[in-house]
Each structure stands twice: as structure tokens, then as C-alpha cells.
Ligand binder design. Structure first.
Ligand SMILES: [Zn+2]
Length: 278
């Protein structure tokens, strides 16, 4: 299933919860209110920072995330940005390789989840960290809280040498992409794909093929990517979601998302399978 359109990890990362203790090799993902400290290497790629930079900040919380090679990694929330540059990740995707994008997303989500689960939603008492799991526990009523993840599907609908792409109302002009939507409670992923395609563009799809996934931390999606074969129906768009949806021939595609996004990987993979240049 995997081919070169789907990024391979460039560095070894092994996730974990139990803190082995930091040392001089440790690396820190420093966050402040949903933004990440910008520190680029000589290739203009984003990197986590060493202890000497962490020491500049007043730390609110620090959570072990796992090992990158032999370096233990921490998500750190700091009190004040000082005069350092903190940035929203979404506008700077070209500065991240896949491993770093996923690790920064992990750090931001862990910090956000800890910040927003300080108190029990059931009884209102203070929660504490679970000793072994990535969970917070209410000692008063026993409820556990796990990090919030929102599974969603993203799907390329295809019909021989054509693909069905939509223009979301929030997209920049001319940009078309694959269709996407959140999984509802009680729904299988396959049901979500069929429902979303039907709702957004009015067509029915037949055979589904799962291609791969991408964590998308804005704020906590996990995107599950499919190819879906067109079966029947004419395009009728859901106007509160899409401005436009059309069939595009593979030799005349519109502007599509950049190489950092799963929507692009789904499109590039289909182009390649049908013998078109990517
Ligand atoms: Zn409680």
C-alpha cells in the first residue's frame, strides 16, 4: 500500500508516557497558548530546542512524549513568550518534515488537553495525572480522561481518468481538494465515507480503498484517507460546505493542496496509478 507519495519517517520516534528523566541530550517542544517556539536549523527546517533555551522560560507544565533516537522529548508549556518568536504551525508547513510536524502536533495537543482537563467534567474536582497512562484521573469520582482525538475521513472520488474535487468555502480562490468529514458516534469509517460523499456532492460511491492516514492537529483530527470508486448520481453540492465541486480530468487538474497534506498524497497516488506524471 505504501509508496513514495506517502512520507516515510525520517527519524526514529518511539512514543512513551513514563518520564525516564531528562539529560543534556533531551529536546523540548516549547509551546505558549497553542503556538510553538520557532527555532530553525541551517536548512530552514524546524527543530526542537535544547535545555539551554528551555532555561530562559518559566515552565508551567512539562510532559514526556517519547524518544527521538536516544533523545528524550518533552512537550513544555511556558508562562510567557518573552521576546522569542512563537508561531501557528499551519502557516509554516513547509518548514516541517513529517516526523517533526507530527511531534509538534503531539506536543500542542498534549499541552492543550492537560490545560483543558484540570477539573473533572463530572463532579468538578481537580484531576491528576495517571501514573502510567496518558490520562488524567478524578480521585473523587474515579472518572478518567484521555486525550481527545477526532477521527475523520478524507476521500478521493474517482471515475477512470477523472477525479471529483471540491472547493471549500474557506479555501483560497482556485484551490480544489478531496472531500472530508468527521466520523459520527456509532458510525463505521466506511459508513462515514459514503455519507460524507453523498452529503457534500450528492453522488454514491462503490468500492473503497484505504490508503493511509495523517494526524492533523488543528485542533485534534486524525485523517483516514481513502480512494472511492464513483458509482452513480450527478453532482449536487452542499452549499453550506462547498462553493463548487467538479470532475477534473487527470491531465487538467486545478490548483491542489501542497505536498505536506494527505489530500495531495491521495491525488498523487491516483495520478501515478493511472500512468500520469506527478
Ligand atoms: Zn470527578
Amino acid at each position: 500500500m505504501s509508496n513514495f507519495f506517502w512520507p516515510e519517517p525520517s527519524l526514529e520516534f518511539a512514543g512513551g508516557v513514563i518520564d525516564p528523566g531528562s539529560d543534556s541530550d533531551s529536546r523540548y517542544f516549547i509551546c505558549h497558548r497553542g503556538k510553538i517556539l520557532v527555532d530553525l536549523n541551517e536548512d530552514r527546517r524546524w527543530q526542537p530546542v535544547a535545555e539551554s533555551i528551555l532555561a530562559e522560560f518559566l515552565v508551567i507544565e512539562q510532559h514526556f512524549m517519547g524518544h527521538l533516537g536516544t533523545a528524550s522529548c518533552y512537550a513544555v508549556e511556558v508562562e510567557d513568550a518573552l521576546d522569542r518568536e512563537f508561531s501557528d504551525v499551519r502557516g509554516r508547513l513547509e518548514e516541517f518534515d513529517t516526523v517533526m510536524f507530527n511531534l509538534v502536533g503531539r506536543a500542542l495537543q498534549i499541552n492543550d488537553w492537560h490545560r483543558s482537563h484540570q477539573y473533572c467534567g463530572n463532579c468538578g474536582k481537580k484531576t491528576t495525572d495517571h501514573p502510567q497512562d496518558r490520562a488524567r484521573v478524578c480521585d473523587s469520582c474515579g472518572l478518567r480522561f484521555y486525550p481527545r482525538l477526532s477521527p475523520s475521513i478524507i476521500v478521493l472520488v474517482h471515475r477512470e481518468d477523472e477525479v471529483l474535487l471540491g472547493r471549500n468555502r474557506l479555501f483560497p480562490p482556485e484551490l480544489f481538494s478531496t472531500l472530508a468529514g468527521f466520523v459520527e458516534p456509532g458510525e463505521s469509517i466506511e459508513e462515514t465515507v459514503r455519507r460524507e460523499v453523498k452529503e457534500e456532492v450528492g453522488v454514491d460511491v462503490g468500492e473503497l480503498s484505504y490508503r493511509g492516514s495523517q494526524p492533523w492537529p488543528f485542533p485534534n483530527s486524525l485523517m483516514l484517507g481513502f480512494h472511492a470508486a464513483y458509482e452513480s448520481g450527478d453532482i449536487v453540492i452542499q452549499e453550506d460546505e462547498l462553493d463548487e465541486a467538479k470532475w477534473f480530468h487527470l491531465s487538467h487538474l486545478p490548483r491542489i493542496p501542497g505536498k505536506h497534506a494527505i489530500s495531495r498524497w491521495l491525488i498523487d497516488e491516483y495520478l501515478s496509478e493511472r500512468g500520469y506524471p506527478v
